[in-house]
Design a protein around this ligand. Structure first.
Ligand code: MEV
Length: 440
C-alpha cells in the first residue's frame, strides 16, 4: 500500500517516450491539466530538437536563457565581440561599458601562466610503505605503457600524461595514498580522457602489485577507493590585466585620477581581507566568467568549484582581482584557474555554442581562457567602478525596470512611457506599479 506522499513512484520513466513523460507529469502533478508550455519550447526542426533531447536524460523541453554579446573588447591588440549567456540584467551592459572604457587605454593584456590539469587514484594500502614506493618507481613506465592506447590521440594533438607520482597521505587518513597524475589535454577540457587514464592507472596498480615478487598476498592489502579528475586546477592559470596612466582616469566618477585609483584599491583591499565582501566581489567576476563559459559550451560548475577553491587557497577566501598604483600607473588584474575546452563535449553539437566559438574566431583552449579571464576582469571593473562612484542600484534598477514592467504585463506603449519617466525617477517595484496604475 502506498503511503501518502509516495503515490507518484514510477519504474522505467526513462524508457517511455517524451510525450508519455509529459502526460505522466501532468497526471501526477498538474491534476491532468495539460499546459502547452513544454511543447511550445520544442524546436520546430525535429533533428535539432533531438540533439538537445540527447544532451541529457528525461528531457521534456528546452530552457531558454538569453544569449547577448559585448562588442568592443580589445584583447592583446585583437578585436573581440564576446558572447554571453546570462539572465541577469546589467551584466552585459557593464561588460560593454568596461570594454569601451579600456579600449582606448591599450585594452586588455593576457598571458597563460600554466596549463596543467590533475587527477588522482585514491587508494588504501596496508603494508610496507617503503616497498610500495620502490614498487611504484620500478613500475612507473608500465603505468604509462598501459595508457598508451587511451592517450595516443591526445599525444598526436600535442598533449597527454605529463607526470605521475605516488603521494603518501597517511598523515591525513590512515593508510591512504594517491597516484597523482598531471595532464595536458590541449584544446579539450579532457574530463573523459583524464578519467579513463586514472581508471587504467588503478587497474595497473592492482594487477602489477599482485604480480610483484616483493609482495606476497599476506604482506599487504590494497583497496582502490576511486579514480577521478580534480576540478581544483591552480596550475591551469591565466592572467588578464589592464593599466593606464592616472591622467587617463581623471574625472572618472567625478574624482581625480589619484582619488579614483585610491578608492578603487581600497575596494579591492576590502575584498582581499573581508570574506563577506570577497564572496560578492567574486560573484560579480563569475557573472562575466560563467556567461562566456556557458555560451562556449563549457562546464560552469567545474569552473565555479575550481575558481572558489583557488580564491580560498591561502586558507582565507579572498578577492580574485588585485590593483595597485606604481609610477603614476594604475594597474588592475586577475589571476584565475580556468580549465576550458574548445573541442569535445557539446562544443561541436550545440548550434549556438558553435556560433559563439565562431564569433570568437574559433579560439583554442588557451585563447578561450584569456577571453574568459578578460570577461571576469571587465565585469569586476564594471561593478567596482559603479560601487565606488554612483552606487550599483542606479544602473541595476534601470535595467531591472524592464523585468518589472514585463512582470506587470505592461504594453509596449506603457513600457516606452515608463522607461522615459524613470530616467529621472527612482525605480522600485512599488514605484513602477504605482506609475503603471496611474497610466491605466
Ligand atoms: C551582482 O550580480 C554583482 C555585484 O554585487 C558584484 C559586486 O558587488 O562586486 C554587483
Amino acid at each position: 500500500m502506498n503511503k501518502k506522499g509516495f503515490e507518484n513512484k514510477i519504474e522505467g520513466f526513462s524508457k517511455i517516450s517524451k510525450e508519455e513523460k509529459i502526460k505522466w507529469i501532468e497526471k501526477n502533478y498538474f491534476n491532468n491539466v495539460s499546459n502547452p508550455i513544454l511543447k511550445n519550447y520544442w524546436n520546430n526542426d525535429d533533428s535539432l530538437q533531438k540533439i538537445h533531447d540527447e544532451f541529457t536524460e528525461n528531457t521534456l523541453s528546452n530552457f531558454y536563457l538569453p544569449l547577448g554579446v559585448a562588442p568592443n573588447f580589445l584583447i592583446d591588440n585583437k578585436d573581440y565581440t564576446i558572447p554571453m549567456v546570462i539572465e541577469e540584467s546589467s551584466v552585459i551592459a557593464a561588460a560593454c561599458k568596461a570594454a569601451k572604457f579600456w579600449r582606448n587605454k591599450g585594452g586588455f593584456k593576457t598571458s597563460i601562466l600554466n596549463f596543467k590539469k590533475t587527477g588522482q587514484v585514491h587508494f588504501i594500502f596496508k603494508g610496507d610503505k617503503q616497498k610500495l614506493n620502490i614498487f611504484f618507481k620500478n613500475n612507473k613506465l608500465k603505468f604509462y605503457e598501459d595508457c598508451k592506447e587511451i592517450s595516443s590521440n591526445m599525444k598526436k594533438r600535442g598533449g597527454g600524461i605529463l607526470n605521475i607520482e605516488l603521494l603518501d597521505k597517511t598523515h591525513d587518513i590512515d593508510n591512504y595514498f594517491q597516484i597523482n597524475a598531471v595532464f595536458d589535454t590541449v584544446d579539450s577540457m579532457g574530463a573523459n580522457f583524464i578519467n579513463s587514464c586514472l581508471e587504467q592507472f588503478a587497474s595497473t596498480l592492482k594487477n602489477e602489485i599482485n604480480q610483484c615478487s616483493d609482495f606476497t598476498n599476506s604482506d599487504y592489502s590494497l583497496e582502490i577507493i576511486m579514480s577521478i579528475l580534480s576540478n581544483y586546477v591552480p596550475e591551469c592559470l591565466v592572467r588578464a590585466e589592464v593599466s593606464c596612466d592616472l591622467s587617463e582616469i581623471d574625472q572618472t566618477g567625478g574624482l581625480s585620477g589619484k582619488e579614483y585609483a585610491n578608492k578603487f584599491i581600497q575596494a579591492i583591499n576590502i575584498a582581499k581581507t573581508q570574506t563577506s565582501r570577497a564572496v560578492t566581489h567574486n560573484k560579480g567576476i563569475m557573472n562575466g566568467i560563467d556567461s562566456v563559459v556557458i555560451a562556449t559550451g563549457n562546464d560552469f560548475r567545474a569552473i565555479e568549484a575550481g575558481v572558489h577553491a583557488y580564491a580560498a587557497k591561502s586558507g582565507m577566501y579572498k578577492s580574485l582581482t588585485d590593483a595597485c598604483v606604481k609610477n603614476n600607473t594604475f594597474k588592475f588584474w586577475i589571476e584565475i584557474p580556468l580549465a576550458l575546452g574548445t573541442v569535445g563535449g557539446i562544443t561541436n553539437l550545440h548550434p549556438l555554442v558553435k556560433w559563439s566559438l565562431e564569433l570568437l574566431k574559433n579560439p583554442n583552449a588557451k585563447e578561450l581562457m584569456k577571453i574568459v579571464a578578460v570577461a571576469g576582469l571587465a565585469q569586476n571593473f564594471g561593478a567596482v567602478n559603479s560601487l565606488i562612484t554612483t552606487g550599483i542600484q542606479k544602473g541595476h534598477m534601470k535595467m531591472h525596470l524592464i523585468n518589472i514592467l514585463n512582470s506587470l504585463n505592461a504594453s509596449e506603449d506603457e513600457k516606452t512611457k515608463l522607461i522615459d519617466f524613470f530616467k529621472n525617477n527612482i525605480v522600485s517595484f512599488s514605484s513602477v506599479k504605482n506609475e503603471l496604475e496611474k497610466l491605466r
